[in-house]
Structure formats: structure tokens, C-alpha cells
Design a protein around this ligand. Structure first.
Ligand SMILES: Cc1cc2nc3c(=O)[nH]c(=O)nc-3n(C[C@H](O)[C@H](O)[C@H](O)COP(=O)(O)OP(=O)(O)OC[C@H]3O[C@@H](n4cnc5c(N)ncnc54)[C@H](O)[C@@H]3O)c2cc1C
Ligand code: SF4
Ligand code: SF4
Length: 344
């Protein structure tokens, strides 16, 4: 059994050395609600959580350590078992209905919409964005129509990405949740699902499906949107129609112009926690989804578990999802290899 460790250990091992991925798992599972992301200096976002100072373990001597156990950055850092991970099937897929803001093929939206409509899940914990400020927020979505309006990738970080898991489980009592997240979030959810610790079990038991998004890096909201876009290039957030990363950050603005920003110019927008991250393909998800490897208008799906396959098959049977076998994994392998080497 793991010796109990508290947020003090998390601070020493993860927050202070700049390893925090800002996934928000610790914020979501702290039973005292004592961890939060506060304010940082002007033009900066906080790099890690802080504590109110109250802790069940440190203050009251009650065994806890939920935050430490959920964190994907604690413990020994083992090499990745493989670059793209295990799969039961790999396909290119797209939504069979219009998805206005889809990032790739809208396949993630199609799988989740179909599952919500069939009742195989009762909530989706995901990251949406305020269309005016582009500020992301961690959100619980229970309505299939609402879910479709939030398609598209949020490349900026500002929120603890998984914070809404607390609302889904503790406040709304959802029992069959799908979580969508970048690989650090997927790693945290994996830890939570695998744990037999009393305070994590209600979260783990409530999660039915985990969809991971391929990820090379995320960008800090304040540095990217307020700094690199607004101050340095005069691009207002409400004028941004679409963001995409295709070798460079491509910003499509309202008049249809595409501004391409080389990633080398955005180096200072990448948070320290991303620079040590090695997982590109969300190895611990039920299904991983990305753009690379599929034809334009499709999403690459690495289906990893029987449960993941069940959700894809049902979405297909319901008519929500179309599948193609036109998928090539070499480009994804190259991105994964580069990320694994960078993070070491
Ligand atoms: C930070 C980031 C980096 C990425 N980097 C790559 C890459 O290098 N190569 C590549 O091939 N693909 C990358 N992707 C994945 C790609 O952008 C698409 O998300 C993926 O192809 C699925 O497309 P889709 O059209 O099926 O999804 P959609 O149907 O558009 O649905 C996307 C779903 O994901 C949710 N979502 C969006 N952003 C986030 C987020 N930050 N955290 C949690 N949920 C979110 C939305 O709410 C929505 O439910 C990245 C995604 C993100 C968020
Ligand atoms: S990586 Fe996630 S769980 Fe770990 S300290 Fe940072 S926000 Fe908390
Ligand atoms: S690179 Fe992606 S998965 Fe890794 S810490 Fe950053 S946001 Fe999370």
C-alpha cells in the first residue's frame, strides 16, 4: 500500500520543480475542495495549483492523499511502453452529420453524441471555450445538442482541465461519464480508475469512457491569446474563427485570412509541464483521436479497449459515424517519437 502523501509532497515533487501538467486532477478529487488555481502575475497563467492551507491529512490527521494519488506526475517516470500504444483497431472516421466547428472529422463529437442519445453515458466532462475571449473552461455536458456546438480543439490552457469531474460526480451524481482529454488528463484518469483508494473510487467507478486527444503541446492562454495573438499581432480573440496546429499554429480569422505562426516563435507560450511530457497518443485512453494519419475531413481513431470498440461500433450502427480504413500511422509515429525524445 502506498504511504500516505499529502499536497505538501505534491508541492515539493511536482509544483515546485515545474512538472505540473495543470491537468486539474488534484483539484477535482480533493475532498476538502482545498486546491485551486489562483491568480498569477499580469500576462501569466498560474503554473500549478495552490492550497487554501487546509488539508484533511495535514490539518486534521485524517488519512487522505487523494491529490497525490491522482497526479500523473508523481512517482517514478517510466519510459513509454511504445510510441502509439496498444490497439484493437485503427480507423479513419468522421461524423455522418454536419458538425460546424469540428476539428478533424468530428468523430469524437459523433461518438459522444450517439452515446448520450442512447443513454450509454449520462455526461461528458470536456473542455469548452468562451467564443468571445477563447478562454477554455472545464465543463460537464449532458445534452447531445449542446455537445455538438462545442466541437473543436482548445489549444490554450487556462483552467484545470479536469476540474469539472468533481461537479459531474459529487454535485450532479452522474454515473456513466465520458471524459475527453489530452494525454496528461488521460493519465490522471487512468490512475483514478485503477485506484482502490476509498476517496478515488467514486470517481473511478463513474467513468465509463475515456477519449484521449493526440497532443504535442498546449499553449498558455495568457501568453498565446493575450500576448502572441492580441498584443504582438493585433488579432482579437473574438475575431478568431479557428485554431489549428499543422507544423505551425494556423489562425483563421473572421474574414477568412489564415495567419500562420511558426511554432518556434511560440516556444515561450509552451508551459514547463508540457516540455517534460512524453505521451503523444494518450496511451491510457479507451479511444485516442487525432488529425494526423487520416485524409482531410477524417479523424484518426486508435481504438484501444473492448469498451472503446463498443462505443465506436454503436455510433456506427446508429448512423452517427462513418468509417474508412484509409489510415496511415507513420506520421503519428514520427510525432510521437519526437515528443518522447523531447520530454526525456
Ligand atoms: C492541445 C491539443 C493538441 C493537439 N495536438 C494534436 C497533434 O499534434 N496532432 C494531431 O493529429 N492531433 C492533435 N490534437 C487533436 C485534434 O486537434 C482533434 O482534437 C482530434 O483530431 C479530434 O478531432 P474531431 O474532429 O474528431 O473532434 P471534435 O468532433 O471536434 O471534438 C473535439 C472534442 O474534444 C473536446 N476538446 C477540445 N479541446 C479539448 C481539450 N483541450 N481538452 C479536453 N477536451 C477538449 C471538445 O469539447 C469536443 O468534445 C490536439 C488536440 C488538442 C486539444
Ligand atoms: S499535474 Fe495535475 S494532478 Fe498533478 S499537481 Fe498538476 S494539476 Fe495537480
Ligand atoms: S503536452 Fe499535452 S498531454 Fe503533455 S502536459 Fe502538455 S497538454 Fe498535457
Amino acid at each position: 500500500m502506498m504511504a500516505e502523501k499529502s499536497y505538501i509532497d505534491l508541492k515539493r515533487e511536482v509544483w515546485d520543480p515545474g512538472l505540473c501538467a495543470r491537468c486539474g486532477a488534484c483539484v477535482a478529487v480533493c475532498p476538502a475542495g482545498a486546491l485551486f488555481f489562483g491568480r498569477a502575475a499580469e500576462g501569466e497563467s498560474p503554473l500549478s495549483p495552490e492550497s487554501t492551507g487546509y488539508c484533511k491529512m495535514e490539518t486534521d490527521g485524517v488519512p487522505c492523499g487523494a491529490c497525490y494519488r491522482a497526479c500523473p506526475r508523481t512517482g517514478e517516470r517510466l519510459p513509454l511502453p511504445s510510441l502509439l500504444g496498444d490497439t484493437v483497431e485503427t480507423v479513419a472516421a468522421r461524423a455522418a452529420f454536419p458538425v460546424a466547428h469540428k476539428q478533424s472529422g468530428g468523430a469524437v463529437t459523433a461518438i459522444l453524441k450517439s452515446a448520450l442519445e442512447e443513454g450509454t453515458i449520462d455526461a461528458v466532462v470536456t473542455v469548452t471555450a468562451d467564443p468571445w475571449t477563447l478562454k477554455p473552461r472545464s465543463e460537464v455536458i449532458t445534452d447531445a445538442g449542446v455537445l455538438v456546438t462545442h466541437a473543436g480543439s482548445r489549444y490554450n490552457w487556462w483552467v484545470p482541465l479536469l476540474a469539472a469531474l468533481n461537479e459531474a460526480v459529487v454535485v450532479r451524481k452522474c454515473q456513466n461519464i465520458a471524459v475527453v482529454g489530452v494525454p496528461c488528463v488521460v493519465q490522471a484518469v487512468y490512475r483514478i480508475r485503477e485506484s482502490d483508494f476509498d476517496l478515488l473510487r467514486p470517481f473511478g467507478r463513474s467513468i465509463r469512457l475515456v477519449i484521449g486527444l493526440f497532443c504535442t503541446e498546449s499553449f498558455d492562454y495568457a501568453r498565446l491569446v493575450e500576448g502572441a495573438l492580441r498584443r504582438e499581432r493585433g488579432i482579437e480573440p473574438w475575431a478568431v474563427r479557428r485554431l489549428d496546429v499543422k507544423g505551425a499554429l494556423e489562425v483563421t480569422v473572421d474574414d477568412g485570412t489564415v495567419v500562420s505562426i511558426p511554432l518556434a516563435e511560440l516556444e515561450s507560450c509552451i508551459p514547463s509541464g508540457c516540455k517534460t511530457c512524453t505521451d503523444f497518443a494518450a496511451l491510457d485512453a479507451d479511444i485516442s483521436a487525432g488529425a494526423v494519419g487520416s485524409p482531410e475531413g477524417f479523424t484518426t481513431l486508435l481504438i484501444r479497449t473492448p469498451a472503446g470498440k463498443g462505443f465506436v461500433d454503436r455510433a456506427r450502427a446508429s448512423g452517427a459515424l462513418e468509417i474508412s480504413d484509409e489510415v496511415a500511422l507513420a506520421p503519428a509515429e514520427r510525432l510521437a517519437a519526437r515528443k518522447a525524445a523531447r520530454g526525456r
